[in-house]
Ligand binder design. Structure first.
Ligand code: GLN
Length: 296
């Protein structure tokens, strides 16, 4: 489907028309989608749009907006069309090898910050499967005395994460490395954080097309039962408890139905101190674990 917008159309009229088209197409967030795409395609700030909404969109604007709208109508998420999204109030560029940061993942940041409430305390952090770098960058932003490593298997993601760390003013406290979980790491870390792939492979086909067709499969696929990454990370730490400092903890995002499975897995691997926290929707979303102190 294409949408033809006349270059003489005032910005606010074009925005309204786009919202209507999206609504008729049954998009659940038609109006906000239209607004995000209009700001992006017309290269406007929200203030420009409200103060100079009567100005025409122009040739280039009409073309850019038409193309963005066509992509949205074909099912591409707004964040992918814009190539950036917001997380923890900070801007993040995206790439084909990064997930779009979800608000749910802010629960991981919150849980990690609660463990180390002192703002200026020096901390050593590592984010496993950093993707866009959103968790690590948010933590470094909130804890100016912290240093962190972002680890990912995907080189493309690492380049994006580095850019995001720099754009958000924490680039000098972040290192980005290519690797698989904690294999090559020695620690000790105060916080090991991760939003690993956790969707059970057979469930992937049932996900919303926006996720299934546009998020990188490697960032979603958690193996047959969705728990492969957790097994790998927990067994690395169980084998080498020195990876965590004495007060250190592992904080990971989990699927809404994985709280019990993670607690069982943690117990079987000798983690004593475990808690499951919820996201804003009230679903289990984050697990915090510490190995038994006896092993350290
Ligand atoms: N939260 C993502 C989703 O709902 C999954 C991300 C992941 O596997 N870590 O699709």
């Amino acid at each position: 489907m294409t949408i033809d917008l006349a270059p003489t159309l005032p910005r606010e009229t074009a925005l309204r028309r786009l919202g209507q088209v999206f609504e008729e197409a049954g998009l659940p967030n038609a109006r906000t989608d239209a607004r995000f795409l209009a700001l992006h395609a017309l290269a406007l700030t929200p203030l420009d749009l409200s103060l100079r909404g009567r100005e025409p969109i122009g040739e280039a604007g009409a073309a850019a907006l038409g193309q963005a709208a066509a992509r949205r109508l074909a099912g591409e998420p707004v964040a992918r069309i814009i190539g950036a999204w917001e997380f923890w109030g900070l801007p993040f560029a995206l790439g084909p090898e990064t997930l779009v940061p979800r608000p749910d993942t802010e629960s991981v940041v919150e849980a990690a910050l609660r463990l180390f409430p002192e703002r200026d305390r020096p901390l050593r952090l590592i984010d496993l499967g950093t993707g866009s770098g959103c968790i690590l960058v948010a933590l470094l932003h909130e804890r100016p005395g912290a240093l962190g490593i972002g680890l990912d298997r995907a080189q493309g993601a690492l380049a994006v994460a580095r850019r995001n760390a720099e754009a958000n003013g924490v680039g000098d406290r972040a290192a980005f490395l290519c690797g698989s979980w904690l294999d090559a790491m020695t620690g000790p870390f105060d916080l090991i954080v991760s939003n690993p792939p956790y969707i059970a492979a057979p469930v992937i086909a049932t996900l919303e097309p926006e996720v299934r067709l546009h998020d990188p499969p490697a960032a979603l696929d958690g193996g047959v039962d969705g728990l492969d990454a957790y097994r790998a990370i927990l067994s690395d730490i169980a084998r080498r408890p020195g990876l965590l400092s004495t007060r250190g903890a592992l904080v990971m995002e989990i699927g809404y139905d994985q709280g019990q499975a993670l607690t069982r897995l943690g117990r079987a691997m000798g983690f004593e101190d475990m808690s499951v926290g919820r996201d804003l929707a009230g679903n289990d979303r984050v697990v915090t674990l510490r190995p038994s102190l006896a092993g350290r």
